[in-house]
Design a protein around this ligand. Sequence first.
Ligand code: PFF
Length: 444
Amino acid sequence: MSQREATSHPIERGNWSSVLGFTLAAIGSAIGLGNVWRFPYITGKYGGGAFVLVYIGCVLAVGIPIMLAEFLIGRKTQRNCVGAFQKLRPGSPWVVTGWLGVITGFVILSYYSVVGGWVLHYAFLSLKNSFTDRPPEEVSAMFSGLLGSPFLQIFWHTIFMLLTIIIVARGIYGGIERGNKIMMPALFLLLCGLLVYALQSDGAKAGLDFLLSPRWDQMSPTGVLEALGQAFFSLSLGMGAMITYGSYLRGEANLFRSSFYVAIGDTLIAILAGFVIFPLVFTFNLEPSAGPGLIFQTLPVAFSQLPAGGLVALAFFSLLTFAALTSAISLLEVVVAYFIDEKRWGRTKTAWLIGGIIFLCGIPSAVWGYFLGLMDQIATNYLLPIGALLIAIFTGWVLTHSERRSEFESGEIRALPYLSWSFLIRFVSPVAVAIIFIYKLGIF
Ligand code: PFF
């Protein structure tokens, strides 16, 4: 019997082939629409520079410690996010944290797939060379055309969800690992190329000013909560996605280092996207706080003016589709892993069934923009912060010092990183999340 067959959850569970494969998959989960679609428009809404600073603070003080906590819980238990809490504290109410993760994955994927569909639609428009030689107003207006057509949105939502299901049904390794190694660096390089163009545009100074000079008067408790929610959304935290990915990892890996790589890579891409978008927003006199349509209204205008812009647009939207897919599969995987581990369902059947139900739940988001916004608000401002708070309290206060330490030290033996992480996960992360949350609810 091979080693994999000898485990209690044979074959269906799967494993990463290497630590590098795992780290890249975690980066793939983190980098997605959250960086290129959500980060710029939320930054635009909450005042630019001040938001960026608060965001970076959230990533460092709260995001990285919680990511490491999720990785450790996953690797220690080798289970999905519900099973992980059950295994660590059998019969305790902490299992609710896992349930919350499954529900959050469900909610986020339902509308994430609709936005993924928008990206696919734009990839298709680029393929038809639809932006070239059109006036900027016309290119910008294509987005309202898409929003006004429930049929088009449901069509692309279907395609996006089908792709997600097919990949998840085939298992966690294979295509995902390999694809990540090529596509993520390609997305980074393309964004760097677009940055060179954006920095030469007329609006470069105004755009950079917007991103770099903090206007604290525009920062509110809601803005801080948004920054925190955005950090969790972008880093895929607070709903057990990183627990699930960590659970496919065996042996000793330096997870402290992996969590830094993921956080740095993710933040870099988000900020890079901001540096590309805002100069273009000011060049073409668009509204920085335009909302969810921001990248779809700005970038195609720039592509329409670029030499070989049709090709650049195609490359950009294809890479963004890929980035969105590698995130969507981690969302679906959270839910699917639960049924595979706990209910012993087969992977293929589960992926199709659960994916199908999530697809149906996404239809209202495709039909009413308001509903999509509402789901996004509930998930990022409530579900993810609550999930992250529970994970931080569980790791910092429910797990014993020796449980934490022994898992941390499998792969990392120096004392200082442990002590600083332990301090952050016990005191800083839970207190920060709780204060921001309570403040936002108006309880103070
Ligand atoms: N981090 C992904 C993004 O930035 O697009 C979205 C996401 C994936 C959120 C997985 C949560 C999650 F568990």
